[in-house]
Design a protein around this ligand. Structure first.
Ligand SMILES: [Zn+2]
Length: 292
């Protein structure tokens, strides 16, 4: 008789809560692994350091609870890449190569154990190029499919067209969007009396800044990317319009993000792997020299 109750595993959405025999069952059930990745980073005078980790972890956990037969949510990778923010006390940074390698090791581990569909959901903008790199390497080095995105990509159209009030730049950092989400998830954590946002000085104080260099989580960025010390263009560390944040907006966008993440995981589970081909007429004479 099996020591594992399949239905119990089907109903469990937390990766770390399973035993190793139950992991075997979860692999057989073809669950999609969801890895939330955040940061511990300053978020202005009004939000705690854990914004990026808490928001992404909460969205992923709620999605897993909604569809436990589909998803297995891993503990949040709570630290991220924040070198440029180190002038603000409390921020923790992981060096870029280390960060990619940690994510890659996690993804390779679950792929090795048999999970062949992985979603890495990012919650900190500056992580994203590195998260994407970890996903690419997972796809090249394992037989799993790894999809990466930032959680606000799940809601951008909905947020922009139906919820947000601020103009371009209103949703950048500790902004209308992040503050609304935090108000929905943990209202006691928001220091409402200290909400004070602004556009970064590279937009307001430098000629033509509005044309070239601007940042918004859900509207995109200007064509000129110049990412220097955050303290050079802000005194508060909050960019955007957090004064427009409400818990009601946060509730709506949180629910939308959860719906979309469940849909994404369902799509990813059914998405086939496209097999690799070797198209050399003359076969290569040695293995790819990239260390894998
Ligand atoms: Zn943030």
């Amino acid at each position: 008789m099996s020591e594992v109750n399949s239905d119990d595993v089907r109903q469990q959405h937390r990766y770390e809560s399973l035993t190793w025999p139950e992991i075997n069952e979860a692999v057989a059930q073809e669950k999609v692994i969801v890895l939330p990745v955040g940061s511990i980073e300053q978020h202005g005078h009004h939000l705690p350091l854990d914004v990026d980790s808490k928001l992404v972890g909460s969205v992923c956990d709620a999605a897993g609870a909604r569809a436990p037969d589909l998803m297995l949510v891993m503990p949040t990778m709570s630290y991220g890449y924040c070198n440029h923010v180190m002038d603000f006390p409390g921020t923790i940074t992981i060096q870029p190569v280390t960060f990619v390698n940690v994510l890659l090791d996690i993804a390779r581990s679950v792929a090795y154990h048999g999970f062949k569909r992985i979603v890495i959901v990012n919650g900190h903008g500056s992580n994203y190029p590195l998260v994407e790199q970890a996903g690419r390497q997972t796809n090249l080095q394992t037989d799993a499919l790894c999809c990466t995105l930032s959680w606000w990509q799940l809601v951008a159209d909905y947020w922009n067209s139906e919820v947000r009030e601020s103009g371009p730049g209103g949703c950048a950092h500790a902004c209308e969007l992040e503050t609304s989400m935090y108000l929905a998830i943990d209202p006691a954590g928001v220091r409402r009396d200290r909400i004070r946002g602004a556009l970064p000085r590279y937009v307001t104080d430098i000629p033509d800044g509005e044309s070239w260099q601007w940042t918004d989580l859900t509207l995109g960025t200007g064509p000129a990317s110049i990412i220097g010390w955050t303290s050079g263009y802000s005194d508060t560390g909050s960019f955007g319009a957090p004064e427009l944040a409400t818990a009601e907006k946060g509730d709506r966008v949180f629910a939308h993000a959860v719906d979309r993440l469940v849909s994404l995981a369902r799509w990813l589970r059914g998405r086939p792997v496209e097999p690799r081909q070797d198209l050399h007429a003359t076969p290569p004479t040695f293995p790819l020299p990239f260390g894998f």
